[in-house]
Design a protein around this ligand. Structure first.
Ligand SMILES: O=C(O)[C@H](O)[C@@H](O)[C@H](O)[C@H](O)COP(=O)(O)O
Length: 248
């Protein structure tokens, strides 16, 4: 499956100088396994370097098959801390929460031994949840899995969201956001999101996207360079190049 990660002729990385690697896969199945293998390899490297590895995951509809494949990876999962890139302001047991998605699709098979930190807890106010997330974030993430909306949002940083500038400039790893009026946020305007500051500490960043519209949106983001309009551009910031995995 790894041969499918080779660049193809219209590889955007060949035309735009940017700190990322473009991996194109011929089908969703190839994409799924290649993403899982790449993330598992990064976790394995982290576990060789440190006593524990920290993995941050996104929600959305795209990554579930990758999480199910990753859950089968033969890793020392008991030394892996799994946490979230972002969360809708919902209880962790809510089927629309990202915590629920991760429990359903990742915390099973071998990965059932991992330790999971949800971003919300019953009875907690959003400020308390953000403070707890920032305390946990003192341990830098080994790998971060990001998604992207066709509008160019990533995590819960939406284009032209009120307070986006503050979130982008925050010195904290996580902030509370109110995405009122942002169509990409759908029914969940109150959220907690990783910031560029939180993301930049990660050793490896993976952006998992599918479909021509998302590929075009990513290219438009690169061409524009405007992070307020295309918050996905924050994924390019970090010590190593971003790995973008795409399939039709
Ligand atoms: O909670 C969320 O909504 C996410 O973490 C979000 O940033 C997601 O990654 C994108 O919205 C892509 O979502 P899709 O995979 O559904 O397009």
């Amino acid at each position: 499956m790894l041969e499918d990660t080779q660049p193809v002729p219209h590889d955007p990385a060949q035309t735009v100088a940017a700190p990322y690697r473009w991996h194109e896969h011929r089908s969703v199945d190839h994409w799924t396994w290649a993403c899982a293998v790449a993330i598992a390899a990064e976790l394995r490297r982290e576990l060789q370097r440190r006593p524990r590895a920290r993995l941050l995951l996104s929600g959305g509809t795209t990554p579930a098959p990758v999480y199910r494949a990753l859950a089968r990876a033969p890793l020392d999962w008991a030394r892996v801390d799994v946490a979230l890139v972002d969360e809708r302001w919902l209880q962790p047991g809510d089927p629309d929460s990202n915590a629920w998605l991760v429990r359903q699709h990742l915390l099973r098979d071998n990965a059932a031994a991992a330790r999971f930190e949800s971003l919300t807890r019953p009875g907690q106010r959003i400020e308390e949840a953000v403070a707890a997330a920032n305390a946990h974030a003192l341990q830098p993430a080994g790998a971060v899995v990001l998604g992207m909306g066709e509008d160019g949002h990533t995590a819960s940083l939406f284009p032209d969201m009120l307070g986006l500038e503050r979130a982008l400039a925050s010195r904290q790893a996580y902030v509370a956001v109110d995405a009122e009026g942002c169509p990409g946020a759908r029914d969940w305007r109150r959220r907690i999101s990783l910031t560029p500051r939180g993301l930049a500490q990660a050793q490896a960043r993976f952006l998992l996207i599918q479909g021509a519209s998302k590929r075009d949106a990513f290219l438009n983001a690169l061409a524009s360079g405007d992070v307020q309009r295309w918050p996905v551009l924050i994924s390019l910031q970090g010590p190593n190049p971003l790995d973008v995995h795409w399939s039709p």
